[in-house]
Design a protein. Structure first.
Length: 308
């Protein structure tokens, strides 16, 4: 069986969420450092269009969106589950809110003028305009990531304050003694801001939150071997996708239909393929790629739309 290959880049907060879970679980895996902007010639043959970061590959199976990536990692490495059954509904709700609303808030905080002035990416004018043009293309058709800084800041500080208060009386993690997916979703947002030195003062009043953050940081990134994108593509070419057992179909969809799948919030780059599953938790489509052959692309149900 092929192992996990994480396609990610160092500065990506959602990649940090997955790296941290792989660290917590002590997983050995491979990783491809992808460019921060398009083109990504070693990723697109795998996803067939989806371009958010990160993406996880296992042979010829490709997982898009951390909601499914983290769940699949937990299924493969179930020890110390990050989806404890007694809190499952609430933990997933918190994780979803954090990965959508709070992330939106954090984007506005991270790219405020004070932080942009010291961001290494923005020191080179041509790199900065290439990044802005790339993200404009990425966000086309969506206003989701456009929250004004003045709106975002009170939401950000208010939430840090609530987390700090909770952690001062409970913990050590958000839902008890062990970290859950809610901790990892919160962690990558805090990491996104904390790693920008110009913004570190936001955290000074919150010692309990900082103690929690240090614990989360200490999980590290697991045992990672960096590989070239071409090596990942060769693994996909040499593999066949796993068969999907007991595929479910909600919403009147049927096996074999040609569909288009894309996120509902931003990153409206569709993946077109033959529907293999559209159940409560997962959408899967098969595609044939000229370069790597048959690939099955998996998405979480929540946060995605399927169009005939
Ligand atoms: N819901 C997605 C969000 C992923 C996301 O927004 N990732 C950012 C980077 S952290 C992104 O895709 N930026 C544009 C890009 O990398 O092309 C997930 O959970 O994976």
């Amino acid at each position: 069986m092929s192992g996990i290959v994480l396609h990610q880049y160092a500065e990506s907060p959602f990649s940090e969420k997955v790296r941290s879970i792989l660290g917590y679980k002590g997983v050995s895996y491979q990783s491809v450092e992808i460019p921060m902007i398009m083109p990504r010639p070693d990723t697109m043959p795998l996803t067939g269009g989806y371009r958010k970061t990160p993406v996880m590959q296992i042979g010829a199976d490709v997982y898009c969106d951390t909601a499914i990536i983290c769940r699949v990692i937990d299924e493969i490495y179930p020890e110390n589950t990050i989806y404890p059954e007694e809190h499952l509904g609430m933990i997933n709700t918190v994780a979803h809110w954090t990965d959508t609303f709070l992330f939106k808030v954090c984007v506005a905080i991270a790219f405020q003028p004070k932080a942009a002035a010291t961001n290494p990416l923005f020191q080179d004018e041509s790199a900065m305009s290439a990044f802005m043009a790339d993200r404009a293309e990425f966000s086309k058709g969506s206003s989701e990531l456009g929250m004004p800084f003045e709106t975002a800041e009170p939401h950000f500080i208010g939430h840090l304050n609530q987390l700090d208060q909770q952690l001062s009386v409970g913990g050590p993690f958000l839902f008890g003694d062990k970290p859950s997916i809610a901790d990892f979703s919160t962690y990558h947002n805090v990491w996104f801001i904390y790693t920008r030195e110009a913004l570190r003062d936001y955290f000074s009043p919150f010692e309990h939150l900082m103690a929690w953050y240090e614990k989360m940081l200490s999980f590290g990134h697991g045992n990672v071997e960096m590989i070239a994108g071409s090596e990942a593509l060769a693994q996909a070419s040499a593999s066949l996708p796993e068969e999907i057992m007991d595929a479910a179909f909600l919403d009147n969809f049927q096996a074999g239909q040609l569909v288009s799948v894309m996120p509902i919030d931003y990153g409206f780059q569709p993946v077109i393929g033959e529907l293999l599953a559209a159940g409560m938790d997962e959408i899967a489509v098969a595609r044939n790629d000229d370069q790597v052959g048959r690939i099955v692309v998996h998405f979480p149900r929540t946060g995605f739309q399927v169009v005939e």
